[in-house]
Ligand binder design. Structure first.
Ligand SMILES: [Zn+2]
Ligand SMILES: [Zn+2]
Ligand SMILES: [Zn+2]
Length: 329
């Protein structure tokens, strides 16, 4: 597999002829429940009754490898490079069945703190431009492991969707000297039509123009470009962000089990890229957030065509339903 850049959108894709997945058997014991053969990178402090609460390991079949040279080179007008970077599995919980929506807020806070630590650590590598944290849950979302896990990739480029957001955030800032996400939050709080829940310094909302039905974002209400800073320094992580994430996932699960979750945070600004230029005002023009994209199979047929996103449930309706959903507390 190698990385190729689309010269039109300037986004990188991973492509090649995959030899297939020979590593996992359905009856194999869970690799994350036992300690054997795991290359543990980091873990959260010990908690009573358990030797760890969340920890990060090297992905058993990594898409990106830390060793080697990217060997970036031109091919006429095209660009290609090897998939150098990092690929980790964040084990959210030692307990095989305790997924984020069932975990204690303490456990979720440990997981969030570990994610922040890993992102910060990977960004110290001068080659790394961006660190992605994502979670795919359910067979229709491409879930890879049954254990409660998220994954983290550190790449030498900024992934496509984040790149669009960074460019748009900077353009809005150049015109208005304000953060577009802060403006969205202010308007949504004022209109109160698409806000699902406010909890301390965080809120969950249904975006004005959803890509899929029940799309949900979680954002800090006060401006902050970097999740790592919040994850490591801000008070209220456990009582507010962890609880809001757990409660929001419970709400989403009243609609469908399957979802994609992705964290969007600022790129590494240690080594700015001159031609992209968007690092100059990054602290002011970008605003970290979590996106939850539920997969609703019964509605899938109509919005499968991604040239124009088609979401047959409005956010106003979705938010009303999610707000009123019976959740556990
Ligand atoms: Zn397990
Ligand atoms: Zn902002
Ligand atoms: Zn985003």
């Amino acid at each position: 597999m190698e990385l190729r850049k689309d010269p039109i959108t300037r986004s990188w894709v991973m492509t090649g002829d995959d030899p297939g997945d020979a590593g996992s058997r359905p009856d194999a014991p869970c690799p994350f429940c036992s300690d054997s053969s795991l290359h543990v990178i980091a873990k959260t402090p010990n908690t009573p009754g358990a030797s760890w609460s969340a920890r990060s390991v090297v992905h058993p079949r990594p898409l990106y490898h830390i060793e080697g040279e990217p060997g970036r080179r031109g091919d006429g007008l095209y660009d290609r490079m090897q998939s150098v970077g990092a690929h980790e599995v964040l084990i959210e919980n030692p307990n095989h069945d305790r997924h984020l929506w069932k975990a204690s807020d303490e456990d979720i806070a440990h997981f969030l703190r570990l994610a922040a630590e890993r992102i910060l650590d990977l960004k110290r590598d001068p080659r790394i431009k961006y660190v992605s944290l994502f979670k795919d849950y359910g067979p229709n979302a491409g879930q890879e492991f049954s254990h409660p896990t998220s994954q983290l990739t550190a790449t030498l480029f900024v992934p496509r969707r984040v790149l669009y957001e960074l460019r748009a955030g900077r353009e809005y800032f150049v015109g208005k000297e304000r953060c577009v996400f802060c403006d969205i939050i202010q308007q949504e709080e004022r209109q109160a039509q698409r806000v699902i829940e406010v909890r301390g310094d965080y809120l969950a909302l249904g975006p004005y123009a959803p890509r899929v039905p029940y799309e949900t974002w979680i954002l800090p209400r006060n401006h902050d470009s970097s999740f790592e800073r919040t994850g490591l320094n801000k008070p209220g992580l456990r009582t507010n962000l962890a609880a809001l994430l757990r409660r929001t996932l419970q709400r989403v699960r009243t609609v469908t089990e399957d979802f994609h979750l992705v964290l969007h945070t600022s790129p590494s600004s240690l080594h700015p890229s001159k031609n992209l230029g968007y690092w100059k005002t990054i602290d002011d023009d970008y605003h970290w957030h979590i996106e939850i994209l539920p997969v609703v199979p019964s509605k899938a047929k109509s919005y499968n065509f991604k040239e124009v996103y088609y979401s047959p449930v409005s956010s106003e309706t979705a938010v009303r339903q999610l707000r009123e959903a019976k959740i556990e507390g």
